[in-house]
Design a protein around this ligand. Structure first.
Ligand code: MN
Length: 475
């Protein structure tokens, strides 16, 4: 028997970010994470993904936690493991394009508080929207030796998205100065043999390491990883079993076992992974009992291959429709989504384009007439403010939604004045740390509500007497 040439596949664990974002609307609190991170730190993961837009938003909005504080606590506990975050390019962790000074400051503060790997994507795959983040990361790396800029291409299907498109993008990413590439398959659209084809082609067009991120939504994800690993992918994203499958990632233990004894053997300790799974299992049961984990997002939904809806978007949409007492419109909205997507130039569906397309689709269905009402974000996309789409947008929709308005073709951030000073002056009364300005920049209203809550807590105000509706707390 010939000696195997070892090419261990590396694992990024997602349970602290995407996995709970996709399954339980990002509601896992920090206190639930902390007791297990010492054990997770011993596994030898390539990285642990733990931070991103939704974790940031949900921390402030629902959990009343400071996301920066969460990051610092995780950094304290993870002594050997790289921490990874997801970054929405020029949109940072928010829903609108920001000026470059905000992007740069956010990158600095993310690394300063503990992030090692920044996975940067743009919802339209417009690379112009990623350059400022890559530059900011490289600048820190040059001075502090920490920071890794990974550019993620949002994977999607459509006429324009050929093998040539992807390999051409890979070359451009290398030229931009990124450290690695991720194929980010938000909805589980990448099927096994296509993955082999895609990874092989990309491996030929770039020397950068390639990481694959997918979701189990359509049921093929584990097989997709198998074929991608055989084709030479370097890293895969998985979730520990109690928070795997459904709209989340393939299970970590399953992938580890799959490659055991082969040239791709991860070398990870299955007993240690079992202990980590034991820790998360009761929390999964709790989420099932209190309804946070909806069985609807746990099965195989082959329709995602038709509608191309990412996991996080699905669980949000279910709760959006529930609030409107319109759960019966679920499949109508799912059908409207690809239509809206086509109108908007066939972008990938990933935050914020997924929310923009999703919300517009909900409006189109609930109003009974398409584009009777358009959100301000839909209008901005049509004006070109989010960037260039691979295909042209519908002229008919442009004429209906933004009649006579000017549209732009440059990088939108080039039109923006620096913002940090203005943002800081707006929120000065609440500032307790530099990072607060950035929280405010991303989610102004939510951040101020949180700052008020934080202040009330610090002053030991009786919250039962607080007038939360008006944001007034007795002091
Ligand atoms: Mn994802």
């Amino acid at each position: 028997m010939s000696e195997l040439v070892k090419k261990p596949v590396k694992i990024t664990e997602t349970v602290l970010r995407d996995s709970h974002q996709s399954l339980i609307a990002t509601r896992m609190p920090t206190e639930y994470m902390l007791p297990i991170i010492e054990k997770m730190d011993q596994v030898g993961y390539n990285s642990v993904e733990c931070w991103g837009g939704a974790t940031f938003d949900a921390s402030l909005r629902f959990l009343k936690e400071d996301p920066w504080d969460r990051l610092r606590k995780l950094r304290d506990g993870f002594k050997n493991t790289k921490l990874q975050m997801l970054f929405r390019g020029q949109n940072i962790l928010g829903y609108r394009p920001y000026a470059d000074d905000v992007v740069e400051t956010f990158v600095q503060k993310s690394v300063a508080n503990g992030i090692d790997i920044i996975r940067i994507f743009d919802c339209l795959n417009d690379l112009r929207n990623l350059q400022a983040t890559v530059n900011a990361t490289n600048k820190i790396k040059a001075t502090e030796g920490r920071g890794h800029a990974q550019i993620a291409l949002s994977y999607t299907l459509g006429d324009a998205y050929t093998l040539e498109y992807w390999t051409d993008m890979a070359k451009k990413i290398e030229e931009m100065g990124a450290d690695s590439i991720c194929i980010k398959d938000m909805a589980g659209l990448l099927v096994p043999y296509k993955a082999a084809e895609l990874i092989s082609a990309m491996k030929e067009s770039t020397k950068l390491p390639i990481q694959l991120h997918t979701h189990y939504t359509s049921g093929v994800a584990s097989m997709t990883y198998l074929k991608a690993v055989e084709a030479g992918v370097d890293v895969i994203d998985t979730a520990i079993s109690p928070f795997a499958l459904g709209t989340s990632q393939p299970a970590t233990e399953v992938m580890v076992e799959t490659f055991r004894g082969t040239e791709y053997d991860t070398g990870l300790d299955q007993n240690l992974l079992a202990e980590i799974a034991d820790y998360f299992r009761p929390y999964r049961d709790e989420c099932l009992e209190n309804g946070l984990l909806n069985p609807k997002v746990m099965g195989v939904d082959i329709k995602t291959l038709l509608y191309q809806v990412p996991g996080g978007m699905l669980s949000n949409m279910v709760s959006q429709l529930k609030e409107q007492n319109a759960e019966d419109k679920y499949y109508d909205v799912l059908k409207e989504i690809p239509e809206v997507r086509k109108d908007l130039g066939e972008p990938p569906l990933v935050t914020p384009s997924s929310q923009i397309v999703g919300t517009q689709a909900v409006f189109n269905v609930l109003m009974g007439e398409r584009y009777k009402m358009a959100t301000k974000e839909t209008k901005a996309v049509l004006r070109g403010e989010y960037g260039q789409t691979v295909k042209p947008m519908s002229q008919e929709v442009i004429d209906k939604v933004i009649p006579g308005e000017e549209r732009i073709t440059c990088r939108y951030a080039d039109l923006l004045e620096n913002e940090m000073e203005k943002l800081e002056s707006e929120m000065a009364q609440w500032k307790q740390q530099d990072e607060d300005v950035l929280s405010y920049a991303l989610f102004p209203q939510v951040a101020v509500d949180f700052f008020k809550y934080r202040q009330a807590q610090q002053e030991k105000v009786d919250m039962t007497k607080a007038d939360t509706a008006n944001g007034a707390y007795p002091v």
